[in-house]
Design a protein around this ligand. Structure first.
Ligand code: HEC
Ligand code: HEC
Ligand code: HEC
Ligand code: HEC
Ligand code: HEC
Length: 178
């Protein structure tokens, strides 16, 4: 029979190991919680917000140009990237892949990170023009190597913010539902 002298330390090691694996997965956004918090699909090209929006401080609106005009923020097409990358870092294999797709007129198939159900009305321009910051809803995008979903985007999350006095935002069902 196995003695306690063996079982107890082995159990402790197993617990410690699983705990550290769990902490590693959570801190690296590999665990997706309810409502897709931490969801981070793999993108076809390793485009970094941390580099472009963080280090080089390119304005969000340079690429997401409709964010204050319409419902959608829009994802930039390749010609926006090529404004710089026809001359910037052309020796890089990643940029050569980008140029190939550009020359062949093949759009990059970016994977969507945030996605509300069809029955929800959401409009970027209303929020941005009311002074809300991208970071209020998306977190510190400028520190993200790869974008992940920071907030739940649940109904409770929307309504909690609409209810705050300073926001003066409508809370009737038809505000957000058809
Ligand atoms: C040089 C262009 C560029 C700049 C500048 C830029 N982005 Fe992006 N953004 C992209 C591209 C390309 C994608 C799609 C690939 C991805 O998700 O990483 C994207 C994706 C996103 C997404 C996820 C979209 C989805 O699928 O749900 C968010 C949110 C976002 N950007 C916010 C920002 C914010 C906030 C800033 C400024 C701090 C910013 N971006 C600056 C090019 C840019
Ligand atoms: C305003 C100029 C500008 C725009 C627009 C821009 N980039 Fe960049 N990009 C840079 C700079 C500067 C670097 C860093 C170059 C270096 O490391 O010397 C860079 C680096 C990169 C790298 C890393 C290359 C490597 O091998 O290290 C990738 C990939 C990249 N960009 C993709 C994109 C994509 C995709 C878009 C469009 C969504 C885009 N860039 C738009 C300026 C830009
Ligand atoms: C009030 C919260 C909120 C604010 C503020 C906000 N977003 Fe969003 N964003 C969302 C939600 C919710 C979605 C998902 C929309 C959908 O699925 O229809 C989204 C989606 C996106 C997308 C994916 C493409 C699209 O339009 O669906 C991009 C890119 C994006 N946001 C960029 C930005 C940028 C850049 C800013 C700041 C200028 C910003 N967002 C401000 C909540 C917000
Ligand atoms: C960070 C706070 C905040 C969050 C989070 C937020 N909103 Fe808003 N929302 C506002 C503010 C502020 C307004 C603008 C009120 C005004 O000036 O009319 C607004 C306006 C709107 C409007 C336009 C209302 C109208 O008729 O003019 C819609 C639709 C809307 N929000 C839907 C949503 C949905 C859906 C979500 C969640 C996915 C959401 N909002 C999350 C703050 C927020
Ligand atoms: C500020 C925006 C907002 C308002 C106001 C709002 N909703 Fe929602 N609602 C959402 C969003 C976003 C979702 C999708 C995410 C989720 O299921 O939590 C949703 C989801 C739902 C669902 C589907 C839930 C499920 O589990 O499938 C129902 C039903 C619903 N809402 C009813 C209502 C009713 C009834 C009202 C009025 C009392 C209302 N909503 C007001 C944003 C809103």
């Amino acid at each position: 029979m196995l003695s306690r002298k063996i079982i107890v330390p082995v159990a402790l090691v197993v617990i410690l190991l699983s705990l550290s694996v769990w902490i590693f997965l959570v801190t690296n956004n590999k665990v997706v919680f309810g409502y897709n918090i931490n969801y981070q699909p793999t993108q076809p090209i390793a485009y970094s917000h941390k580099l472009h929006a963080g280090k080089y401080k390119i304005d969000c609106r340079y690429c997401h140009s409709n964010v204050d005009k319409s419902r959608h923020a829009t994802i930039p097409s390749l010609n926006i990237c090529m404004n710089c990358h026809l001359s910037v870092k052309t020796g890089s294999p990643l940029i050569q892949k980008l140029s190939q797709q550009y020359i062949n007129n093949k759009p990059v198939e970016w994977q969507k990170v945030h996605l509300l159900p069809d029955y929800v009305k959401f409009d970027h321009s209303k929020h941005v023009n009311a002074g809300k910051k991208c970071q209020d809803c998306h977190g510190q995008i400028e520190n993200m190597e790869e974008v992940f979903q920071k907030e739940s985007l649940s109904m409770g999350w929307c309504v909690d913010c609409h209810r705050k006095k300073e926001n003066n935002a409508p809370t009737s069902c038809v505000t957000c539902h058809y």
